[in-house]
Design a protein around this ligand. Structure first.
Ligand SMILES: *Cc1c(COP(=O)(O)O)cnc(C)c1O
Length: 363
């Protein structure tokens, strides 16, 4: 057959997708990859062995469809989250991105809208346009912070059907006080999703939005195994909410969306939650070392409750990004003028980044 290559514009693609760009964090095989906020520590070998055994057992029945309701896994997540949650209040998907997509499919869609306070996670607008809904971008105040009054006022004006509150926020690292979440909930009629992808990196005594779930049927709290759990490659995210909200997500998921292998791997990993999370404290140490050294180098790191640091004071972000790349260090230019974002690495990776940056500055 002749190979005929057409441009995307020549295909009968949806009008609202014309000219859009796919998610595109550069993937490059550099020795020090600190660009997509992965956990830079691999799964401990003894846990990996257990996961392999669980996957091997699941393989013996792989001729059958998996448990469509992934009940054992939901019970595992409920137990891990605590706060008196049970399996009826838990949902999961192939990454929290899929879980967020389910929320949008059920509660947004054509003629509806989703909202978030920018700068925030770049996938929210993409997921929103994917379901044909309109994205409305709100704003943040000084140091990317939000007051309950300002947040509520913006939400009242926008009247969105779904609201994403990233807490702590990506790409800024900023914490989000619970009173902002309460104010946004009260000011809206839509679904309020608190994305706690980085909650495990926040100070131990900082309360989760899970504490607000009681009596708030439009509130959902999403988490992921991709960051603190060192499980990005497995693609597992989950959410806690009122059972009625979970029922709504069942209407839009694909049947058997969580494979038997994924369920087995995630379930086994959850049994080792303490070991899987062992590296969190070490990552927080490296994050704080990064912030302190960045400041000493004359940059302006934002306060971070995550496993990454956004820093300002970069004269030419594209040039600095490239100079680090040339030294084998991959970080992220997230498009905020004068800023770059870097993931906290192992001690060696963090040192490699800081030394490369110091070297560039000294040129
Ligand atoms: C990394 C990240 C996620 C997780 O995505 P997965 O699909 O679970 O890998 C979700 N939300 C935010 C804000 C993130 O930074």
């Amino acid at each position: 057959m002749d190979r005929v290559t057409v441009s995307l514009d020549e295909l009968p693609i949806r009008d609202d997708l014309r000219g859009q760009k796919p998610y595109g964090a550069p993937q490059a095989p550099l020795p020090v990859a600190l660009n997509v906020n992965e956990n830079t520590h691999p799964v401990p070998p003894e846990v990996a062995d257990d996961i392999a055994d669980a996957v091997a057992r699941a393989l013996r029945e792989i001729n059958r469809y998996p448990d469509r309701e992934f009940l054992a896994l939901r019970e595992g997540f409920a137990q891990y989250l605590g706060h008196g949650l049970d399996a009826s209040q838990i949902w999961a998907g192939n990454g929290s991105n899929e879980v967020l997509q389910h929320v949008l499919q059920a509660f947004a869609g054509p003629g509806r809208s989703a909202f978030g306070f920018g700068p925030t996670y770049s996938m929210y607008p993409l997921l929103t346009s994917g379901v044909g809904a309109e994205w409305i971008g709100g704003t943040r105040g000084h140091a990317y912070e939000l007051s309950p009054e300002d947040a509520a006022e913006q939400v009242e004006r926008a009247r969105p059907d779904v609201i994403f509150l990233c807490a702590p926020n990506n790409p800024t690292g900023t914490p989000l006080p619970l009173d902002v979440i309460e104010a946004v909930y009260d000011a809206s009629h839509g679904i309020v999703v608190v994305d706690e992808a980085y909650q495990e990196f926040a100070p131990r005594d900082s309360p989760s939005a899970l504490t607000l779930l009681g009596g708030r049927p439009r509130l959902a709290v999403s988490r992921t195994m991709s960051k603190a759990f060192a499980f990005a490659g497995a693609r597992v995210g989950y959410l806690a909410a009122d059972p009625a909200l979970i029922d709504a997500l069942r209407l839009v998921r694909l049947p058997y969306h969580l494979s038997a292998l994924t369920q087995a791997a995630a379930g086994a990993a959850l049994q080792h939650a303490t070991t899987m999370l062992r590296m969190v404290d070490e990552i927080v140490v490296q994050r704080d070392r990064m912030s302190a050294t960045l400041e000493a180098l004359g940059y302006r790191p934002s306060e971070s409750w995550t496993n990454f640091v956004l820093f300002g004071g970069v004269a030419d972000p594209a040039a600095t990004w490239r100079a680090l790349y040339d030294r084998g260090v991959l970080i992220r230019d997230i498009g905020i003028p004068g800023h770059l974002r870097v993931t906290a690495g192992t001690e060696e990776e963090t040192t490699a980044f800081l030394e490369a940056l110091a070297e560039i500055g000294a040129r």
